[in-house]
Write a protein that binds this ligand. Structure first.
Ligand code: PMP
Length: 396
């Protein structure tokens, strides 16, 4: 039966991790992985999470199923976190929330919903985008298309993006990264979002806003600008939210699909369909991560601790971005890489070429994806001088 099955190459990032592990260079640096790292290079459990878990251990009374939409206590804190406290969308009862196994699970729910309930609609993703977008949407049977996002000089190509959006067939789905665009780090400003909104309205497009990094760019509310703008001004919006990064609970698989509909009646109709999609995929989402988030956001003390920790992570990333550019000053390369300080989130399209990336790996033990995408959280005050010198060498 299995004789004819071919082996496919593993994930490029996993290969990178293996190569990094084997490298004996004491100065080696891992800029490949997709998780936050602190100054020590570790991804610790956040204090607020530890405390919430201690409470859960003490107080949890059952492990029974939480239902296809997940725990209501989780949904009721995620909605205001994403859409805003006192959001008119919430007041109007036109938002539905479904707990999901991570942002990835939410994307798959959205994809299956589109495939089943809006047949024939194509889906448009930025070029480049998080590679798993391609896999998730095509696995659901949706035709995938791309719109431009980065120009040949490695800068945000907003004009290219906007004119492409204007050509998209009416009613198609457009995937937008709310903030911290993965892989590039280039985000739209508020005025650009307003222009996008106009095109979405004109062409009656359905936005699917991927919101995997709330709190990692400028702040919890600031980062939600696009989500709230679209939700408050459009009849239909899909939002996939993730708590993996902002709560540091990557392996607990905690996310949500939020569907905004025209009114409460339509929302309930859509919501009933989402329950089916969830049931067909995995029946019920895992509970633990959602319980952690709920515990934290229902407790003013824990929420305060969590917000401080999140701010610390965000500030660290943004400081490292500026420090990287500063470290390149002695080599006259600060202007060439100034965009790294302007980008947001964990990732940066540095503009390093695949050949330069190879040299960084082979000559300096600095690992990143060949597209030149670096995880900025892998920078530290100890390694920045070394990285700057290496970048200057491969630019020489
Ligand atoms: N969307 C984007 C753009 C991401 O970068 C990620 C995580 N790498 C996700 C969604 C999914 O996150 P999760 O781990 O919560 O499934």
């Amino acid at each position: 039966m299995f004789e004819k099955i071919e082996r496919v190459p593993g994930d490029a990032i996993l290969g990178l991790i293996e190569a990094f592990k084997k490298d004996t260079n004491p100065q080696k640096v891992d800029l490949g992985v997709g998780v936050y790292r602190d100054a020590k290079g570790t991804t610790p459990v956040m204090r607020a999470v530890k405390e919430a878990e201690a409470l859960l251990l003490k107080n949890e009374t059952t492990k029974t199923y939480i239902g296809s939409h997940g725990a209501p206590s989780y949904g009721e804190v995620v909605l205001p976190m994403v859409l805003g406290e006192g959001s008119p969308v919430l007041e109007a009862g036109r938002a539905s929330v479904t707990q999901s196994p991570g942002g990835t699970g939410a994307l798959r729910l959205a994809a299956d919903f589109v495939a089943h309930q809006l047949p024939g609609k194509g889906i448009w993703v930025s070029d480049p985008t998080w590679p798993n977008h391609h896999g998730i949407f095509t696995a659901a049977g949706i035709e995938l298309h791309k719109y431009p996002y980065v120009d040949a000089d490695n800068r945000l190509d907003f004009d290219g993006m906007l004119s492409a959006l204007k050509q998209i067939p009416q009613g198609d789905v457009v995937v937008l990264h709310a903030c911290c665009h993965n892989p590039t780090g280039f985000d739209l400003n508020q005025q650009q979002w307003q222009e996008v909104l106009k095109v979405l309205q004109e062409r009656d497009l359905l936005p699917l806003v991927d919101f995997a990094y709330q709190g990692f760019a400028e702040g919890l509310d600031e980062d939600a600008y696009a989500v709230r703008l679209l939700a408050e001004n459009l009849d239909n919006v899909l939002v996939t939210s993730s708590c993996s990064k902002n709560f540091g609970i990557y392996n607990e698989r905690t996310g949500a699909l939020i569907v905004v509909a025209k009114n409460n009646e339509e929302m309930e109709n859509v919501r009933s369909q989402i329950a089916i999609v969830a049931r067909e995929n995995y029946s019920n989402p895992p509970a633990h991560g959602g319980s952690i988030v709920s515990e934290i956001l229902h407790s003013p003390e824990l929420e305060k601790v969590w917000r401080e920790e999140l701010t610390e992570m965000r500030d660290r990333i943004n400081t490292l971005r500026r420090d990287f550019v500063d470290a390149l000053k002695p080599y006259g390369l600060d202007e060439k890489y100034a965009h790294v300080a302007e980008q947001r989130g964990m990732f940066s399209y540095t503009g390093l070429t695949p050949e330069q990336v190879d040299r960084l790996r082979d000559e300096f033990g600095i690992y990143m994806v060949r597209s030149g995408r670096a995880n900025v959280a892998g920078f530290s005050s100890e390694n920045l001088e070394y990285i700057a010198k290496a970048v200057a060498t491969v630019n020489g």
